[in-house]
Write a protein that binds this ligand. Sequence first.
Ligand code: ITT
Length: 197
Amino acid sequence: MKGEEDILVLNDLRLVYFATSNKHKFDEAKDILEDYGIDLKMVKEKTKEIQDDDLRKIAVHALLKALEKDERPTIIEDAGLFVKTLNGFPGPYSSYVYRVLGVDGIMRLMNNEEERDAEFRCVLAFGDSPSIIKTFQGVVKGTISLQPKGRSGFGFDPIFIPKDSKKTFAEMSLQEKNRFSHRADALRKFSKWYIHL
Ligand code: ITT
């Protein structure tokens, strides 16, 4: 009898909800979590993001909003592109900057710039009730390309070349991007922790 109860708990744990408005993020996450036997479901509602300099605060705030509605195992993540020579801009404001300036805007800011180091950072927040929230960070270092290249992915993918690659994220398949990305880094840390709960 005790054995059956244990199996029931494990089955419940396999389903995690991802609150995001971004289908690309969801597809990337689903591909990673599958490797750990975790099933992911997209919850499309966009929880209102606060503006803050700290990705972690943004992710935790959004997660608490999602958990106010439904107390169930949920992940939320906030990510941004940090360009060294621009003092980390657009960073936590990447979503806004992408909407207003786009890839071309960053290209203009980087025109004739030799120092092209940049990194994507991601903070993933997990909780199934507001009382305990756990966060995981992911990072990928790389450079801003001289021109946009590739058509896959989303956001700033066409102008980011991860370290140890010659291709931009937008020239890679989803699986290839997942070998390098900030999101994959955070998701793997989360999954390793989660499957041992
Ligand atoms: P959410 O609903 O999950 O918040 P979002 O697309 O608004 O989806 P973020 O606020 O986390 O996500 O993302 C900030 C921006 O940073 C995003 O709009 C992209 O322009 C950029 N970005 C983040 N991760 C990226 C990635 O893996 N590839 C390319 N651009 C990325």
